[in-house]
Design a protein around this ligand. Sequence first.
Ligand SMILES: Cc1cc2nc3c(=O)[nH]c(=O)nc-3n(C[C@H](O)[C@H](O)[C@H](O)COP(=O)(O)O)c2cc1C
Length: 326
Amino acid sequence: MTKADFYTRKLAEGRAVLAPMAGFTDAPFRRLCRRFGSGWAVTEMVSAKALVLGDRRGLEIGAPYPDEPDLVIQVFGGEPDIVAAGGRILYETYRPAALDLNMGCPVKKVTGKSCGSRLMRDPERAAAIVHALAQAVPVPVSAKLRLGFDTVNALEVALALQEAGAALLTIHGRTAAQKYSGEADWEAVAEVAAQLSVPVVGSGDVTTKAQFERYRALGLGVMVGRGALGQPWLFSTFRGEPEPSSAQKLELILEHAHFARNWYGSEHAIVKLRGQLLRYADALPDAAPLRAALTRVSTLTELTALLSRHSVLRAENRVPSSVAFS
Ligand SMILES: Cc1cc2nc3c(=O)[nH]c(=O)nc-3n(C[C@H](O)[C@H](O)[C@H](O)COP(=O)(O)O)c2cc1C
């Protein structure tokens, strides 16, 4: 088996992939998205420096849900030896299927330390990091880029990373200066991909099956981030399955809560879930009152009670089956 095999095999399945999103793609949400058919899922980014300094938080972020297959842990850092050492710790601890280097984060706290999207300005350093990381672990190393930092230079950077041993590159079709404004430029991503031998996954603004199919037809893998928040079933609709009914969506929220309770414990779970709960409301009837009620929920038991009272379940005379929280 060569190092590239994991990504090549997974891409051949033709599934969309859950994008890494700090604050959202924790173990419970990844579990849910995998259940709906996300090809693999990438963790929130973990600081290599924090890992090397022995900070437990970094290790917690990289941890897999029990029996989570195909775990890809994303790491960020600006120094080749530190990223390599951090990557080694993650590998020894969790045996992930691959490690991914963050080269897209536009946040000043990260870019100020020559990390994240700042690496787009320094292809040599980025290549040295990928090289060091690939030497340090026996699993594939990938990187997630933007089109550039403030000007577009993704091809130059991608060629350097490919040469350094990257097994796959993901490109978010915006520069870091754009942050999340404007539209992701998938044509630009495809143009870069056409000049590389490693596979490329595109990222940015995918919310429909038509987009998924159009971008696959460009020869790209497809990553889905914000579109999957509050609607993790997107992954299965891209494969032709029907969208869940409103009643099924309500049960699914409770399933998410169940995973979160197992992962964080009851008290912490409701805090971690809050941001996601409001997004689920958008896909349900009576969204406005439901959103308002969800902001007031402070325990998982209250959450179950609230969702059981929802008009959709009352109309169908159904009570959520999956979970009773105590
Ligand atoms: C809240 C949030 C957190 C993110 N965190 C990360 C991250 O930790 N690592 C990363 O590579 N990209 C991160 N991203 C970027 C996404 O992975 C993705 O490339 C971007 O959101 C565009 O795709 P989308 O339109 O499908 O969301 C984040 C995006 C958002 C909105």
